[in-house]
Design a protein around this ligand. Structure first.
Ligand code: IPM
Ligand code: MG
Length: 358
């Protein structure tokens, strides 16, 4: 297993280090044959090479079987021009590697029901999979920019665009994944206003005829945002475009108690993937050992499951997370009365001990 880590910025390096610690422990236990390399992305790459996605990083990413990314961005780089910002490194690697399918599961660990800002009875048993299209839509659509009109006023513009084939490949994956879960797909769009999503809805309807065993429903994105906080357990798989998926997955994250709990997988057509916590670089707590590494650790579990097909190792890591939560260990973001607060490294070490069966 040739794995490239891209720790990035802010809390990225801290959480990635713990995820790698857990990966190495799983390697010892299951004999995975893990090789771990490292490269720069985001602000760290800007500081070293003047650009957020250096050629050597992209080459190493292409050569790897799977990539583990920490997080990118921070106030230090916010005033650079857009093409040189850290976020551009992340968007660039997603696009260059064709990672069109972003899987963002939102699962509530029963131990954390009290950490959610929603009532425990609303979120208990929550298990949603958001399937976000990741290389198209308004994030990448052309034309885009800021232009000056004849009257001297400036105007910003972007283009939301999806071709049938782009919709079909993400839709198909959502249906396939639903087959392995609750057999329900909710496609989220804004078909009452945006033509691009009128087509999205049509293509989803066509696809549904290939999956008579899966129930397809449609929801406007504004309603979906409301339903996510009103009655989130109604959802099984949600499939949506790039921008809506970005927004809804943050909302879904909070249902689970903390965005510090959410892993993600970004897959290409052949299952190669980049795995990353959904949370950002959290510059306010960077370098203080306060970050929750569980999202990064659970991203490693997703990697073992989706890219390497090693369900036993993935299950073991997920079980270790359950065990440390059962034991009452918490980072600050999920701390509740009666539990024991640990730092980033303490959480990683506890997970390794659980994996060893200590
Ligand atoms: C995410 C992030 C990124 C996105 C940013 C950092 C470019 O918010 O992965 O959800 O918008 O896709
Ligand atoms: Mg986001």
């Amino acid at each position: 297993m040739n794995i490239l880590t891209l720790p990035g910025d802010g809390i990225g390096p801290e959480v990635t280090a713990e995820a790698v610690r857990v990966l190495r422990e799983a390697d010892r236990r299951f004999g995975l044959g893990v090789q771990v390399g490292e490269a720069l992305i985001g602000g760290a790459a800007i500081d070293a090479h003047g650009k957020p996605l250096p050629d050597e990083t992209l080459a190493a990413a292409r050569a790897a079987d799977a990539i583990l990314l920490g997080a990118v961005g921070g106030p230090r780089w916010d005033n650079l021009e857009r093409a040189l910002r850290p976020e551009k490194g992340l968007l660039g690697i997603r696009s260059a590697l064709g990672l069109f399918a972003n899987l963002r599961p939102a699962i509530l660990y029963p131990q954390l029901a009290d950490a959610s800002t929603l009532k425990p009875e609303v979120v208990a048993g929550l298990d949603i999979l958001i399937v976000r299209e990741l290389t198209g839509g308004i994030y990448f659509g052309e034309p885009r920019g800021i232009r000056t009109l004849d009257n001297g006023e400036r105007q910003g513009f972007n283009t939301d665009v999806y071709s049938e084939s782009e919709i079909r490949r993400i839709g198909r994956l959502a249906f396939e994944l639903a087959r392995k879960r609750g057999r329900r797909v909710c496609s989220v769009d804004k078909a009452n206003v945006l033509e691009v999503t009128v087509l999205w809805r049509e293509v989803m309807e066509q696809l549904a005829t290939d999956y008579p065993d899966v129930e397809l429903s449609h929801m406007y994105v504004d309603n979906a945002a409301m339903q996510l906080v009103r009655a989130p357990r109604q959802f099984d798989v949600m499939v949506t475009g790039n921008l809506f998926g970005d927004i809804l997955s943050d909302a879904a994250a909070m249902l689970t108690g903390s965005i510090g709990m959410l892993p993600s997988a970004s897959l290409d057509a052949s299952g190669k993937g980049m795995y990353e916590p959904v949370h950002g670089s959290a510059p306010d707590i960077a370098g203080q050992g306060k970050a929750n590494p569980l999202a990064a650790v659970l991203s490693v579990a997703m990697m073992l499951r989706y890219t390497f097909g090693h369900a036993r190792a993935a299950d073991a890591i997920e079980a270790a997370v359950g065990q440390v939560l059962d034991a009452g260990l918490r980072t600050g973001d999920i701390m509740t009365p009666g539990c024991r607060q640990v730092d980033t490294r303490g959480m990683g070490e506890a997970l390794c001990a659980a994996l060893r069966g200590d």
